[in-house]
Ligand binder design. Structure first.
Ligand SMILES: *[C@@H]1O[C@H](CO)[C@@H](O)[C@H](O)[C@H]1NC(C)=O
Ligand SMILES: *[C@@H]1O[C@H](CO)[C@@H](O)[C@H](O)[C@H]1NC(C)=O
Ligand SMILES: *[C@@H]1O[C@H](CO)[C@@H](O)[C@H](O)[C@H]1NC(C)=O
Ligand SMILES: *[C@@H]1O[C@H](CO)[C@@H](O)[C@H](O)[C@H]1NC(C)=O
Ligand SMILES: *[C@@H]1O[C@H](CO)[C@@H](O)[C@H](O)[C@H]1NC(C)=O
Length: 483
């Protein structure tokens, strides 16, 4: 498998005993990169390989070498570290500028993706089971719609005569079109995965340079949604510095994605386009001109630290969120790992209040009734899927003079129903949390009925302020109307 190693010096160090107690990441899983908060060790025989500043991945060790990892950093890469004379101006001058289809993707996607549940170990049965479970578990009635396959669906080689990507017949005996047909017959939409590089993260064919052929193939198969990853990018397609004019829409990274947008448009089939670009290249500034949603970071992990770090990142880019324009906080981890039920509520509530795509990432059969109640909560999903107000909730200062921390706890937002307040307790103990109604944008002073969106029950009528004890790492979700 050819792996492009970023031209930035590969800083490798032996992790040794330091991380001996940390569980290894999965094969082809993420193990480092800017903003990465998960584990950095790989299974035996696999090596943490630095693909670019944002992404290190467990790849098969072909050298018999030591376990290495990219150093992680919370700061952006400096734009002056490498001087590259790029042909950016020339490419940017001729790159397509066609936008994404607005027949789809107005609201953030609701669905399921195979990766967090199965990684590379996917097949038709598992995908169709997820579709059936949408119905049997009440997820379809709640609005879950997309059934999406991630990496590892094809053979490693394209068809020698047609050049097309070939579905792996041992995993998908009826091809991808066969799966799409069954998913459609159940009433859902179907998504697939490719990569804006020469190979996917797991080493299967990428679409860079084959955009027209691959988009036509996906359209012919009946694909409705494309997740487009960012691994194995040739050196001349990366961005070593700020593009001329400072507009990242004209960066090499953006142009790789723009080529696929144009190719999808040429098929005549509306695709929902998910840019899996890891928060690279200031994507929040131009993502809506190219796709419907864009990843804000490296891969999610089932950890409280991931949830808090992605919230901290996202609150800096709330202006980018509206209809057809969604910051993607990555796939859900409810059902995976050791998140407490309070943390799982906060995970869901945060994706709701920021209007991130919500793609479930577990074997749905493993979800218990408490988890399903969270994921199908009608009032939170109504905020997320509001067809008349596309903007997210935003942080506010709960009392006059209070400051908003970098990980805000109080958020207010508007739905077509009215005003909502969300309170995240980031403290490690249950905490009484108070806000003044006059501090909530749009409310003013007076008496208000406070309603609990989780239970669907009114909590009473309150004057001036409202105070509630929020459990550690839990989120209160409130609807507030004048009394
Ligand atoms: C292709 O782009 C044109 C021009 O923006 C637009 O009218 C049309 O709906 C697009 N078609 C698809 C399938 O995206
Ligand atoms: C998919 O994998 C499961 C579990 O390993 C197996 O039971 C099933 O038969 C497989 N289906 C296909 C189509 O290979
Ligand atoms: C990178 O090189 C390939 C092969 O020469 C070329 O087709 C492509 O346009 C180049 N990309 C950029 C951004 O210059
Ligand atoms: C479901 O699992 C969570 C832990 O993820 C647990 O807190 C909760 O009590 C469980 N609910 C039921 C009904 O077993
Ligand atoms: C966390 O709770 C403790 C005990 O109530 C309190 O003293 C502390 O100020 C709280 N910290 C934050 C950040 O809310």
């Amino acid at each position: 498998m050819a792996v492009y190693v970023h031209s930035r010096p590969l800083v490798a160090y032996v992790l040794g005993a330091l991380l001996a107690s940390v569980a290894a990441q999965s094969e082809y899983g993420q193990c480092g990169g800017i903003g990465w908060t998960g584990g950095t060790t790989c299974p035996a025989g696999w090596v943490c390989t630095d693909l670019n500043p944002y992404y290190s991945q467990c790849l098969q060790d072909t050298s018999g070498g030591t376990t290495t990892a990219a150093p992680t950093s919370t700061s952006a890469p400096t734009s002056t570290s490498t001087s590259v004379t790029s042909t950016l101006t020339g490419i940017a001058a001729s790159a397509p500028t066609i936008g994404p289809s607005h027949d789809v993707g107005k609201l953030p996607a609701l669905g399921w993706n195979s990766w967090n549940a199965y990684g590379c170990n996917i097949n038709e049965t598992k995908v169709l089971n997820a579709a059936s479970q949408f119905i049997s578990l009440g997820l379809a009635d709640a609005g879950y719609e997309y059934v999406n396959i991630d990496d590892c669906w094809p053979l490693t080689a394209r068809d020698a005569s047609t050049g097309r990507i070939v579905p792996d017949p041992s995993k998908f005996p009826n091809g991808i079109s066969g799966v799409a047909e069954k998913v459609h017959a159940l009433g859902f939409k179907f998504g697939i995965y490719s990569d804006a590089g020469t190979a996917t993260c797991a080493g299967f064919p990428g679409s860079l340079g084959n955009e027209e052929l691959d988009a036509a193939t996906f359209a012919e198969w009946g694909v409705d949604y494309l997740k487009y990853d960012n691994c194995n990018v040739p050196g001349n397609w990366t961005d070593a510095s700020t593009p001329p004019g400072g507009d990242w829409y004209n960066s090499n990274s953006a142009i790789r994605y723009r080529q696929m947008t144009a190719a999808m448009n040429d098929t005549g089939r509306p695709f929902q386009f998910s840019l899996c670009i890891w928060g690279n290249a200031n994507v929040w500034d131009w993502g809506a001109r190219v796709g419907h949603s864009w990843r804000m970071s490296g891969d999610s992990s089932a950890s409280w630290s991931y949830i808090t770090s992605i919230i901290t990142t996202n609150v800096q880019h709330l202006d980018s969120i509206d209809f057809y324009s969604h910051n993607d906080m990555d796939m859900m981890e409810i059902g995976n790992g050791a998140l407490t039920i309070q943390e799982q509520r906060t995970h869901f509530a945060a994706w709701v209040l920021f209007k991130s795509p919500i793609l479930l990432g577990t074997d749905l059969a493993l979800l218990n009734s408490t988890q399903l109640d969270i994921l199908t909560n009608a009032e939170l999903l109504a905020f997320h899927q509001d067809a008349t107000i596309g903007t997210p909730a935003a942080p506010f200062a709960p009392t006059t003079g209070a400051t908003i921390p970098s990980l805000p706890e109080f958020y207010a937002g508007t739905s077509s129903k009215g005003t909502h307040v969300f309170i995240i307790n980031t403290n490690s103990t249950a905490t009484a949390m108070t806000f003044d109604f006059a501090n909530v944008p749009g409310l003013g002073s007076g008496s208000f009925v406070v309603h609990d969106m989780w239970t669907g029950k009114d909590l009473g009528t309150f004057k001036t302020s409202y105070s509630t004890t929020v459990d550690t790492h839990d989120t209160a979700a409130l609807y507030i109307e004048p009394a």
